[in-house]
Design a protein around this ligand. Structure first.
Ligand SMILES: Nc1ncnc2c1ncn2[C@@H]1O[C@H](COP(=O)(O)OP(=O)(O)OP(=O)(O)O)[C@@H](O)[C@H]1O
Length: 251
């Protein structure tokens, strides 16, 4: 295996464009997620977040530009690249009639992990997301927030170093939303994970987070949330000003 150059980012999106027929969903998008950092991709519905995730996960072929995960190109070295990637999709993807543990065992098997090694890993992950007590309950009996935790555990089964979450708090109440954001931030701090957190919710972003603002398929601003907000203004106000200006320029 080739040695990984130091300083290579966890995720490198370089000049990526994607169209559906004549509709351009992504237009020359470039940004990076450094190792071990929480980076927010902030964009309203329809900005292109899900399309971008589909390209990073190879659901769609990347025809224009490149996506690299820890230096591995997802088109040229898909196994090496995707082996470092865990994903939590916007829509729920657990089997409701299996238990929490069964869902995880099934997913571990897809990654070639079985028997005692799988059991140990799953027990550790359930502790990490605070769901040890619910291991043998059917997913159907869990709250929305607990089900999300299972999906986060599942995304980490194969020990990826980069985790992508697409609107992970959608449909959750405020307390559950906060708990999920806190859990993911703990994973960054304590496990050294790199995270790309796609959201349209401003209060999920803190002042020191690096933020990339995606609007109508283009990155229209980037920096820390505090820099983008400017003195005294909120991130939400800055976001509105940026997107209105972008729409004005396009008109
Ligand atoms: N399969 C598809 N076929 C045609 N157009 C699509 C398809 N998927 C997405 N689009 C269009 O591409 C643009 C970006 O959509 P995308 O779903 O990536 O946005 P998003 O930021 O994830 O929004 P949301 O959070 O609502 O899913 C939108 O204009 C959307 O209508």
């Amino acid at each position: 295996m080739m040695e990984e150059p130091q300083g290579v980012p966890a995720l490198d999106v370089a000049g990526v464009s994607h169209s559906f027929g004549r509709r351009r969903a992504l237009d020359d998008v470039s940004f990076q997620v450094p190792r071990g950092r929480f980076v927010a991709l902030l964009g309203p519905n329809g900005a292109g977040k899900t399309t971008l995730f589909s390209l990073v996960t190879r659901l769609y072929a990347c025809r224009s530009g490149a996506v690299r995960i820890f230096g591995q190109d997802v088109s040229r070295a898909p196994s090496a690249a995707l082996g470092e990637l865990g994903v939590v999709f916007q829509s729920r993807t657990l089997d409701l009639d299996l238990t929490v543990r069964q869902n995880l065992i099934y997913h571990a098997a897809l990654h070639g992990l079985a028997g005692a090694a799988s059991a140990v890993r799953i027990t550790g992950l359930l502790a990490l997301v605070g769901l040890q007590e619910r291991a043998n309950d059917k997913v159907r009996t869990l709250s929305g927030g607990q089900a999300r935790r299972v999906e986060i555990a599942r995304a980490l089964v194969h020990r990826p170093r980069l985790l992508l979450l697409d609107e992970a708090t959608v449909g959750l109440d405020l307390a559950s939303r906060r708990a999920i954001v806190a859990l993911v931030r703990d994973l960054v701090r304590e496990e050294g994970l790199a995270v790309l957190w796609a959201t349209h919710i401003f209060d999920e972003v803190t002042a020191t987070d690096e933020v990339h603002v995606l609007h109508r398929g283009r990155i229209i601003a980037a920096g820390t949330a505090a820099d983008l907000a400017g003195e005294g203004a909120s991130l939400e106000a800055a976001f509105r000003a940026l997107t209105e200006r972008d729409e004005g320029e396009a008109a």
